[in-house]
Design a protein around this ligand. Structure first.
Ligand SMILES: *[C@@H]1O[C@H](CO)[C@@H](O)[C@H](O)[C@H]1NC(C)=O
Ligand SMILES: *[C@@H]1O[C@H](CO)[C@@H](O)[C@H](O)[C@H]1NC(C)=O
Ligand SMILES: [Mg+2]
Length: 264
């Protein structure tokens, strides 16, 4: 009797194993219409392609680029206007705060712990400007962008404002390091106050000798100067890899999403 029961159990197990999905599954292949920029396979394959294109932008795989792919205009608009942009930004901010709290708790901040923030698409959102300028599908127009900067009414990226206040609450020195030029200092300050940013340790803008430098060079030089002043740059938040790369780097760098434009 015992033997028969065992046999029945074994047979049932074999039958179940035969009916089940294989444990190892192949990766689903991508439809050819979605696999390259040239495709025109309809809105589903555009959405799939553009989601992958954006991942390549965020990782830096895309390298330098000057305008979003023509088929991704709707995708970028929907991303920027929808909850995904807010959610991606909020997760980056939460990761930043968790790191900052842990670093301070373990004494890594030294005497002058600092956090570097970029301004555009990091503290401030220029979405109102890009909404009427094709969301990155048009070539960058410095004249009209500077006019927008002078208006000084870019809203805050909400998760960045929250992080900013939380880092200040932890006693971290806040440094703003922007590719904007010195002549835009007033408009930038007015805009930061408008958006809810109340105070900072330094607001660093490009000086005349910095004009023409890549952001990587200019920002690295300023981080080096900050370290020479005794700041320990725990964190750096920016929407471009050029905000973050180059020596010296922050202990941790936090990349915010930006599918609208690329700065080297
Ligand atoms: C750039 O913007 C300025 C100011 O709005 C405008 O006069 C000019 O025509 C624009 N240039 C291009 C190439 O669109
Ligand atoms: C600073 O900028 C604001 C807004 O653009 C403007 O109203 C104000 O007159 C400027 N102040 C100075 C001193 O330039
Ligand atoms: Mg930026």
């Amino acid at each position: 009797m015992r033997r028969l029961q065992l046999l029945a159990v074994l047979l049932a197990l074999l039958a179940a194993a035969a009916a089940a999905e294989p444990v190892l599954r192949a990766v689903t292949d991508v439809p050819s219409s979605a696999s390259s920029d040239g495709g025109g396979g309809g809105s589903d394959s555009d959405a799939l392609f553009c989601d992958s294109w954006m991942l390549s932008v965020e990782t830096g795989n895309a390298g330098p680029w000057s305008a979003i792919p023509a088929r991704c205009g709707d995708f970028v608009r929907a991303y920027m206007e929808g909850e995904r942009y807010a959610s991606d930004s909020a997760v980056a901010a939460a990761d930043s705060l968790a790191f900052a709290a842990q670093a301070l708790a373990s004494g890594d901040g030294g005497a002058r712990p600092a956090w570097v923030f970029d301004v555009d698409e990091t503290l401030l959102s220029n979405a109102p400007y890009y909404a009427v300028n094709g969301w990155g599908s048009q070539e960058f127009n410095e004249t009209s962008f500077d006019e927008w900067v002078a208006v000084a009414q870019a809203p805050a990226l909400p998760s960045s404002l929250k992080l900013y206040n939380e880092l200040q609450g932890l006693g971290i020195h806040i440094i703003l390091l922007t590719g904007r030029s010195e002549f835009q200092r007033n408009a930038t300050q007015v805009n930061l106050f408008f958006a809810g940013y109340r105070s900072w340790e330094k607001l660093i803008l490009r000086q005349p000798p910095d004009i023409g430098k890549t952001a990587v060079q200019y920002k690295s030089e300023r981080r080096a100067a900050l370290e020479a002043e005794g700041f320990k740059i725990l964190g750096n938040s920016g929407d471009q890899w050029s905000d973050l790369l180059g020596l010296p780097m922050a202990t941790r760098s936090f990349k915010l999403p930006n599918p609208m434009y690329f700065i080297s």
